[in-house]
Design a binder for this molecule. Structure first.
Ligand code: S3P
Length: 200
């Protein structure tokens, strides 16, 4: 009988944080596959909870309504028994309650990139209300200045994603987790999936 080694998975949930365009959704999907976990995209969970798109939530109720739904969805998604891979939205660390929930039972990975790289990836910013009708590079520079300290404090590891494919980002995440003893070498085996980024 052939036995396939089980990946030694990170402790608790694996949460990806970082600015819009950092590749959280695309890398999260592949990471979940590699770790044989369920993937949850927090923005998608929010739209399911609200029954409305992120854009409509922002336009109807403003950012504070969106942040309330984000906090609720985070708790709901992390309350499940099995550890998941969670792709968060870029602003999730803005609330202390979210930082506490993530710190309690998740390994947190910060996907970093230069604002220029992020602006290239988000393109015209469709579906991202904070970028609508604004200069994406300028907004992302400001957000980086504002949020990087929180990402840094929350993260167990940080991975620079400039110039990397999704598959390379996933490998770099697993390498970084292994370096700090949060994932076993078995998780590094197996094929990687390269490709353009999708959302996040
Ligand atoms: C936001 C990022 C978005 C989404 C919302 C707000 C932010 O998610 O949650 O538009 O505050 O940075 P992505 O980071 O997946 O684009």
């Amino acid at each position: 009988m052939v036995t396939v080694p089980e990946p030694v998975a990170p402790v608790g949930h694996l949460a990806l944080v970082g600015l819009m365009g950092s590749g959280k959704t695309a890398a999260g999907r592949v990471l979940a596959d590699r770790l044989r976990r369920r993937h949850v995209d927090l923005d998608r969970a929010i739209t399911q909870l609200a029954g409305r798109s992120i854009g409509v939530i922002f336009h109807e109720g403003g950012e504070s309504t969106f942040r309330d739904l984000e906090a609720q969805s985070l708790v709901l998604q992390l309350a499940v028994g099995d550890p998941i891979v969670l792709s968060t939205g870029g602003g999730v660390l803005g609330r202390g309650e979210n930082r506490a929930v993530l710190a309690a039972d998740s390994t947190v990975v910060w996907l970093r990139a230069r604002p220029e790289t992020l602006a290239d990836r988000v393109g015209d910013g469709v579906g991202r209300p904070l970028l609508e009708g604004r200069n994406a590079l300028g907004v992302l520079r400001d957000l980086a200045e504002d949020r990087d300290p929180a990402y840094e404090r929350a993260a167990n590891v940080a991975v620079d994603t400039d110039g990397l494919t999704v598959g390379q980002v996933v490998d770099a995440v697993l390498d970084a987790l292994e370096d700090v003893g949060l994932v076993g070498p078995e998780a590094l085996a197996g094929s990687t999936v390269d490709g353009a980024g999708g959302r996040s």
